[in-house]
Design a protein around this ligand. Sequence first.
Ligand code: PMP
Length: 441
Amino acid sequence: NPADILRRQRARESAARTYARSFPIVPVRASGMTVEGADGRRYLDCLSGAGTLALGHNHPVVTEAVRRTLDSGAPLHVLDLATPQKDDFTEALFATLAAGFRDRARVHFCGPAGTDAVEAALKLTQTATGRRGLLAFTGGYHGMTAGALAVSGNVAVRAPVPGGAAEVTRLPYPYAYRCPFGVGGERGAQIAAAYTERLLDDPAGGVVPSAAMILEVVQGEGGAVPAPDGWLREMRRITAEREIPLIVDEVQTGVGRTGAFWAVEHSGVEPDVIVMSKAIGGSLPLAVIVYRDDYDGWAPGAHTGTFRGDTLAMAAGAATLRFVAREGLAGRAAAVGARMTSRLDGLRTELPVIGDVRGRGLMIGVELVDPQAAPDGCGARPAAPRLAAAVRAACLDRGLIVELGGRYDATLRLLPPLTITDEEAEVVLDRLSDAIAQVTA
Ligand code: PMP
């Protein structure tokens, strides 16, 4: 009985449970974009495990790879031993990398989650540079772990991070709609880049020597906020000139979602480290960092973990990476995403509560605002988080799963599978616009 399941889990699970609060459904079956609840209701899933399901739910390419691996008798757990599945996954992964980067790339298999890979990337660059400062951005989201290492007792295990906890400098992200310097668009991004460069060079600017700069090419949890390509190239220049490694967190943007296999490719920037998770495991937990071999300064055992070789995840992941490449799904994400974004943009006159429509490929954000309030100097109106939560609920009533994000929790985030059909895209937008119209009527 779904009501009993919901009640029991509500009673027994940690108060930190999140998605289950917004979506009181008990999924029992799923295929492609459609999830079926225990009550028989069907939903179009525009959350896709926060961007994890590049091929949607239970794609035959994934389920067959898992079944084949299970039937083969391969050990499911092997710590980080060499296996045919790891070899095959690594082959498939390296084939997706830009040629120049691939030739000098190393992969490190991290714990199962994106946050584990972020930790690994930070620690790798801190080890390589001997610095503990980190440059990060307003609105950025990279994961939840920070304490695990600090509370470890083994001094040798903690030693790779010089000086203990990192000191983070938060820099302005070029969020065109709520621009940090009162100027939007490309010009605002240029100002943000110039500010960053001056701050790094200011001896009294308070920035300690930096082990790395970490950024998202399109901020995901931050509300589907894309960075202009020119700004990214500036970040590359600024970090290269100061010998600061550039870490690009592609946990959410990777595997075709933004219209390129890796989002950083849009700008032509070659990063030093790419953080990967979510879609690379084909819906099973898998996380890696891929980095330039000259940063490979770790001694054996300097960064370890139990779950670094999940056989099924590697099989599912290899199949997914190859399918996305072979079927040109990044190109499809770009095309469908552009059509969806343009239709959403067209709704703004009819539904003035839509303040901003943005994103790249199938990573789309619709920021809801108070249309009665006066715009600021950039033309942005105050965010409307309560309204956005009501729209999310109205979407669920109409059979559409859409999650919120952004710094004010007022951005509807659309992250459908890359396999979304044109018809499904239309239905998603029909339901979404209907929900917005009903809530604001
Ligand atoms: N980085 C980015 C860009 C993310 O979007 C997320 C998850 N939303 C993470 C890191 C952390 O990944 P995980 O939740 O798997 O730990």
